[in-house]
Design a protein around this ligand. Structure first.
Ligand code: SAH
Length: 220
């Protein structure tokens, strides 16, 4: 049996393989995204029993029927945000905190909302333990946004609902970009990129994705 100590090099090797085989091989080239995902110990964001699988090419359960997103999906969403360091970003669906940590490592001013109390508190303490003191966390229905902190230059929703929540569009800065999975069927969505520019709102459909449900006032 390997001791706990010599498991760590394996996990690092898994992380580097994740980067090359799942992220770079599929066309993600944003250096801030690659640096963040190469640095962050994703295995600390999953249950201890699942650490060996943390760098696999799939989402993993994090309890309460929720999942930590597949690494490639995190990378893709992070790249599609087209964010610059210092930008204020709102994430809906804190979950494990992994996506929030990636955005923080990219130099963004991160605010993240989670609706499940246990996940909110568990992730708040993990992020604090890992030194991410500046990520703002809120326990609430994220479909209502975070009005006190608005406007946000970027908004990223990591759960899928039946529509684009109006409060999020209102709280998006101009110019600003909002990424959200939207679908009439649960677990099957189209990733929508909404851009606000000069008072106009333009929507693009970026293709099929599968996220857990966005539950709330403007969700399921
Ligand atoms: N970004 C997360 C993904 C977690 S899965 C990560 O990196 O791990 C999506 C999360 O969205 C779940 O934790 C779920 O509870 C949360 N969620 C669903 N509806 C929500 C809502 N209306 N407001 C805030 N969080 C919500």
């Amino acid at each position: 049996m390997p001791s706990f100590k010599n498991q760590q090099p394996d996990l690092k090797r898994n992380r580097m393989r994740m980067l090359s085989e799942q992220i770079m091989a599929r066309g993600i080239s944003n250096s801030a995204v690659l640096a963040a995902m190469g640095k962050i110990k994703r295995h600390l964001f999953v249950e201890e029993a699942m650490q060996a699988e943390a760098y696999g090419d799939f989402p993993l359960p994090i309890g309460f029927g929720q999942t930590i997103s597949q690494p490639y999906v995190v990378a893709l969403m992070s790249e599609l945000l087209e964010a610059e360091p210092g930008m204020k970003v709102l994430e809906i669906g804190t979950g494990s905190g992994y996506q929030a940590a990636v955005l923080a490592e990219m130099g963004l001013d991160v605010h993240s909302v989670e609706r499940i109390k246990e996940l909110h508190f568990r992730t708040a303490s993990l992020l604090r333990r890992l030194g991410y003191y500046r990520i703002g966390l809120k326990l609430d229905d994220g479909t209502l946004g975070w009005p006190e902190e608005a406007p946000f230059e970027r908004i990223i929703v990591t759960a899928g609902g039946p529509e684009i929540p109006r409060p999020l569009v209102e709280q998006l800065a101009d110019p600003g970009i909002l990424l959200i999975p939207v679908g009439e069927k649960q677990r099957r969505q189209q990733l929508i990129r909404l851009e606000k520019q000069g008072g106009k709102v333009i929507e693009h459909n970026l293709g099929a994705v599968s996220f857990v449900n966005l539950v709330g006032n403007h969700g399921w």
